[in-house]
Design a protein around this ligand. Structure first.
Ligand SMILES: Nc1ncnc2c1ncn2[C@@H]1O[C@H](COP(=O)(O)OP(=O)(O)OP(=O)(O)O)[C@@H](O)[C@H]1O
Ligand SMILES: [Mg+2]
Length: 610
């Protein structure tokens, strides 16, 4: 089949044309073509052209940047700044390839500006109609027009000191590129995102953005936390955690969301290295890593994180759009991010997004006052209430007759002992524990809570060096793909530390001899497949400890066997007490809350007493 396919292909006329071109002689490409090729890398869509223009404005020392777009930038992109401006000679030079004012001492390893290659303007000019107007202080303004790489006129221009660049009809004459552009709406979305990222990077600069004649953004110069708060969802006021940590000459500041406040897409993650917006894989991976067992795989946290790192520790000249960087010591960077975020998340582990929170982003530098502000009684969201609708009172001993719905209650005792999560009063739908606390009613998702407890127990045991394992009567053979077997085999020693004993059993099988006792009976095949996937995804330079932590979460997920189980009152109370003393018990491994509380005042409101 396949050889037939290849034979057909190589016999096709297109393939023979291809061969001919290969025999052509070597020649130097004309500059217009070189620029066009560079444009392919630098300017992918309106948003990337816009990004380059705004970066130039910021590099020129602007205090105010005004952006105007029509049809998502497809018709018009205009960026005006009040920066240093250019003389007519400088303007001509700026439009030449590899002409830059930003590497005065050829110091390519110590770049502090956004630009450094002298490629953006000529690239954009080769695929659009470009008008540059500029004026330095104390002189008159000048205008130069370029039409798809060719000079199209110049003359005096009236404008305040600074620069105004207009890009019209981007890719109009480049059908191959035009094909890949999306609707004006989605191109606009990408443009807005580009402006937001640069506006977060430089909060000291004022920004305005207009789309199709409508003002969309007006940002006055502000402190970084204020700027970030303006541009992220305002809900982060209540569901955010301030970050400020440092290690080995690096510093990380910003704000991240509580795990319970997450999104289905990763579009609200803003990462910066030395004030440069990046979409770096290592940083995104570290952010994911920090949330790994707190949030489901297909959910994403919200974050604005600023990494400051010595210039000689990072190379920004590795990506055509300058959105990726290379770190000299990637594992130190990963360590700082995972460690710093983990620590902050642990400190906030009692909080869940189902409860009222105090403001966060504007205060990320003063975490002490912030922490105190959180110590107030919590209230449940409206959505938590219907859980009560089907609850009926059934005496404990009637449980034997399996009443439907499956619910029962304890008689109230006076006084209620002061446990934060209260004393168990009943169980609803064999899934939720209802407890009475001094200040209200607590509902616990027993499955979610139990999953969390298994994980934390495993962690504690591992740290204490005593992981109980349960030998399998008959070792189990698990068939997996060869690379998965390789990964598990390579991690065998680490997994043994967690109570999972396995060994290679031929090229595509693993023999499992013992599993962590905390797991109880479990689907060994599912566990191994998940673990292999986890290890593959983690890859990269992650410390052993971090890896173990994350793998433990996968194991715990398989160990949560208590869903839908009827619990005795003693068992329920035991679960509540264990939750109270267990770190991070406020949410399950997937970022959902494990419990909610309905304060007395909320109950009174429900019944119209207040
Ligand atoms: N808004 C502006 N105000 C003042 N000077 C500008 C402005 N835009 C561009 N320039 C000048 O034009 C030069 C070329 O700009 P261009 O964006 O092509 O290259 P660059 O910014 O130096 O490097 P990169 O290709 O990495 O962006 C800049 O070095 C700068 O001197
Ligand atoms: Mg530039």
């Amino acid at each position: 089949m396949l050889s037939e396919f290849w034979r057909k292909i190589s016999a096709s006329p297109a393939a023979s044309d291809w061969d001919k071109t290969l025999n052509m002689s070597i020649r130097r490409l004309p500059p217009e073509l070189i620029n066009r090729i560079a444009a392919g890398e630098v300017v992918e869509r309106p948003a990337s052209a816009l990004k380059e223009l705004v970066e130039n404005a910021l590099d020129a020392g602007a205090n105010q940047v005004a952006v105007r777009l029509y049809a998502g930038g497809l018709e018009l992109i205009e960026v005006a700044d009040d920066g240093c401006g250019m003389t007519p000679d400088e303007m001509r030079l700026a439009l030449e390839r590899h002409a830059t004012s930003k590497l005065p001492e050829d110091a390519i390893d110590r770049i502090t500006s956004f630009g450094f290659r002298g490629e953006a303007l000529p690239s954009i000019a080769s695929v659009s109609r470009l008008t540059v107007e500029s004026r330095v202080r104390g002189a008159d303004g000048w205008r130069i027009e370029i039409d798809h790489g060719a000079e199209a006129g110049e003359g005096p221009a009236a404008l305040p000191p600074g620069t105004r660049i207009k890009v019209e009809g981007l890719f109009d004459k480049v059908p191959a590129r035009r094909k890949f552009l999306r609707s004006p709406r989605s191109e606009y979305g990408a443009c807005l995102d580009a402006v937001k990222r640069l506006a977060m990077a430089r909060s000291d600069v004022g920004f305005t953005l207009e789309h199709d004649g409508r003002r969309v953004l007006t940002l006055a110069a502000a402190e970084p936390p204020v700027r970030v708060a303006e541009l992220l969802t305002h809900e982060l006021d209540r569901h955010g955690i301030g970050i400020d940590c440092a290690r080995e000459g690096m510093r990380l500041t910003g704000v991240i969301s509580l795990p319970t406040f997450n999104r289905g897409v990763a579009d609200q993650q803003f990462l910066f290295v030395n004030s440069r917006p990046v979409k770096d894989r290592l940083l995104v991976g570290a952010l994911r890593g920090a949330y790994r067992d707190l949030i489901a795989r297909d959910r994403h946290p919200i974050a604005a994180l600023f990494l400051e790192i010595p210039l000689d520790e990072v190379d920004v000249n590795v990506h055509p759009a300058k959105t990726e960087v290379r770190f000299r010591d990637p594992s130190a960077v990963r360590g700082l991010i995972i460690g710093g975020l983990r620590h902050a998340l642990d400190e906030e582990s009692g909080r869940s997004a189902a409860r009222e929170q105090a403001a966060a982003p504007v205060m990320w530098t003063s975490s002490a006052t912030y922490d105190q502000a959180l110590d107030r009684p919590a209230a449940v969201e409206e959505s938590g209430i219907p859980a009560f609708a089907g609850m009926t009172r059934v005496a404990d001993d009637q449980r034997l007759f399996e009443p439907a719905p499956a619910a029962r209650a304890e008689p109230a005792v006076e006084p209620v002992p002061s446990f934060p999560l209260g004393v168990a009063r009943g169980q609803v739908a064999a899934t939720y524990i209802v407890a009475e606390a001094e200040d209200g009613l607590v509902i616990v998702d027993q499955h979610a809570a139990h999953e969390r407890l298994v994980l934390e127990r495993m962690r504690a045991a591992r740290e204490g060096g005593t992981v109980a394992r349960q030998a399998l009567l008959l070792p189990e053979v698990v068939e997996l793909e060869e690379p998965d077997c390789d990964r598990l085999e390579a991690a065998a020693a680490e997994l043994a530390d967690m109570g999972l004993e396995l060994e290679r059993f031929g090229p595509t099988a693993i023999l499992v001899r013992a599993v962590p006792a905390a797991l109880g009976r479990t689907d060994v095949h599912g566990l191994l497949a998940d673990l292999a996937a986890e290890i593959a995804e983690l890859g990269g330079p992650l410390s052993l400890r971090d890896k173990l932590d994350l793998v433990a979460a996968t194991i715990a997920c398989h160990g949560s066997v208590r869903a839908g189980r009827i619990l005795s009152v003693a068992e329920m109370n035991a679960l509540l007490r264990e939750m109270e003393v267990t770190p991070r018990s406020g949410q399950c491994n997937h970022g959902r809350p494990t419990w909610v509380k309905l304060a007395h005042t909320d109950i009174e409101k429900l019944f119209g007493r207040k």
